[in-house]
Design a protein around this ligand. Sequence first.
Ligand code: TRP
Length: 337
Amino acid sequence: MTTRTLPQTRPRVLTGDRPTGRLHLGHYFGSLQNRVRLQAEGAELFVVIPDYQVLTDRDVADRLAEYVEELLLDYLAVGIDAERAVIFTHSSVPALNQLLLPFLSLISAAELHRNPTVKDEIAHSRQSQVSGLMLTYPVHQAADILFCKAALVPVGQDQLPHLEVARTVARRFNARYPHAGSPLFPEPQALLSELPLLLGTDGGKMSKSRGNAIALGASADETARLLRGAKTDTDRRITYDPQRRPEVASLLRLAALCQGRDPHSVAEQIGDGGASALKTLVTEAVNEHLRPIRARRADLEADRAHLRKVLSRGNTRANEVAEATLSEVTEAMGMRY
Ligand code: TRP
């Protein structure tokens, strides 16, 4: 679909991560590698660090500056090209946030209450009250996507309802405010990432904030310690059996991802070596694979001025794009005085 502005020469891809902790191996294999690939294939990459969205399920966003810096380190260390990508923070782009108001007018209260991902998050929230931000953040997220008229949004399964909101907002805006020429907003497409199922060291879902994850920025020793403590089972013979032995299977998958091989062959190699041989192999595989990434991360850590420049350049560019879109939106709505 064409848009009123100049057609994009390179497809825009938008994605993002809440600044709530350090990124881990699950993010790396599930999403970061994919972003680097899309960028290498010529996509124009926009990465939102949605600091306002942290407040959906907690009252206060702690250590924001620190977590934003950690995200920047992870992005650049894994190979996102900061010269070409637009990495920005929500709160630095007022025009993006203002899009929330017209967009909210396009979605009914019933639709907000029906969103299955929001329902699930409310069920698991540590807050006793559901805030208005929790209920409306999918519309805010539509603004993240539509302000830059992203064509593609790489997401996991849980984000699909939110992408549907963005598509609905685009469609309804175009229909309600028809304009000479082509519609203002293209409908963004989801690019569903096949998340490799990596469990946390406690056997639960690997999560930034549960203390069960191996962070990209962890040291080799920390990685060894975390993996030594990982939950497994008592069967000495190591087999790849995701149904019956989910924790062992997850470790095998992790080694296989790092070494570019099949988890069955990793299991055969270990044979009767038991959990300890498995953990030794996984530790070596992870540390080996992450070695260059961690080396780049350490170099970047020593140059914080560069990190600040990357973010400030991203914010400047995001503001230009958001202001252009907001001005098209207010004009289409007749707000020209
Ligand atoms: N909600 C997403 C998450 O928790 C983060 C996010 C915010 C996002 N805005 C986005 C993802 C826009 C894709 C597109 O992972």
